[in-house]
Design a protein around this ligand. Structure first.
Ligand code: GLN
Length: 313
């Protein structure tokens, strides 16, 4: 369904207004102390359609911690470096477990279920790090984000990275455990340093929606005209986002929203309407699975009103 711009603008603004007024906002993540100060009243939504038209509502230019949304981009980079060899060290099945779960790792001999749970993302980060110094790998990831969004102002929030370095004991356990199976090639501290830093990238909904456009358009970023990945790879990344992007909430997200999506504990979600749009939403309050509560509701309203679910109207 193609919409004229005023319609899309109106839908986005109406959803943003409605979301800003809702009392049920979920719980802001506190296990990373630096994230605990996020304003639960914040809400932003940006849709960028195939023609590059931007519909924005609420706090659409406010930077937030993208956290696990960065895992989409590290997966993209790692696939570029290793190709299908990547799938030797990480699976691509939904886990049905929380994002920081350790239980499956023992049974599956240190091979994480998918690249979006923390263990899987740490294994992907380790691959990107190989052959580099941590600082170089962090720079590479950050520059990739800046390139995709065509915005060199995108930066890492060092306070968030430091906060997670001090308190990320669960991730340290996951990484050491994988190291014991030989799944990580680099010193655990180096790999985690890079992981915490890419999770601490700060972006606004507008920047994030720009960065995701290649996934909506067969691997090509319409902003630059440059091909980021092949159409086949874009399709596959979208498939992993659909099945694994919301951890043990992935089934519910597919059921309600019907789009590939990736959440982060900062309250952001990047959602892809293939061929139609790249969508970023942000509301810091989370549901029990650690996914943005109002972000999911807003996306459900959006796809319903626009008929954008990949499963039909
Ligand atoms: N950096 C966070 C962590 O490792 C990312 C988790 C998330 O966004 N779901 O715990």
């Amino acid at each position: 369904m193609s919409l004229d711009v005023p319609d899309l603008d109106r839908v986005v603004r109406e959803i943003a207004d409605e979301m800003r007024a809702r009392p049920d906002r979920g719980e802001v993540a506190t296990y990373i102390p630096e994230l605990a100060g996020a304003d639960a009243r914040a809400f932003g939504l940006v849709v960028i359609d195939a023609e590059g038209r931007i519909a924005a509502g609420g706090d659409s230019d406010e930077p937030f911690s993208i956290q696990s949304i960065s895992k989409v981009f590290t997966l993209t980079l790692a696939l570029g470096m290793a190709g299908d060899r990547l799938w030797r060290r990480v699976g691509r099945e939904p886990s049905g477990s929380p994002f920081n779960s350790i239980v499956q790792l023992e049974r599956e001999r240190g091979i994480p279920r998918n690249p979006f749970i923390n263990a899987g993302a740490i294994a992907v980060t380790d691959l990107i790090l190989s052959g580099h110094q941590p600082r170089e790998a962090i720079g590479e990831i950050l520059r990739f984000m800046q390139f995709l969004a065509q915005d060199s102002s995108i930066a890492i929030d060092e306070a968030v990275a430091a906060s997670e370095l001090r308190t990320g004991f669960r991730n340290m356990a996951l990484a050491h455990y994988m190291k014991s199976f030989g799944v990580l090639d680099n010193p655990v501290d180096f790999t985690l340093g890079v992981y915490f830093h890419h999770c601490a990238i700060s972006m606004s909904c507008r920047q994030l929606a720009q960065a995701g456009r290649f996934l909506a358009h067969s691997g090509r970023n319409p902003l630059t005209g440059l091909s980021v990945v092949s159409p086949e790879r874009a399709r596959r990344i979208n498939a992993v986002m659909l099945t694994c992007g919301h951890y043990d909430g992935s089934g519910e997200f597919a059921y309600r929203v019907g789009l590939p999506g990736k959440s982060g504990v900062g309250g952001g979600i990047l959602a892809i309407a293939p061929g139609k749009a790249s969508i970023a939403v942000w509301s810091p309050g989370l549901d029990a699975s650690g996914n943005s509560h109002l972000g999911r509701i807003a996306l459900e309203m959006l796809t319903k009103r626009l008929g954008w679910s990949i499963f039909g109207a």
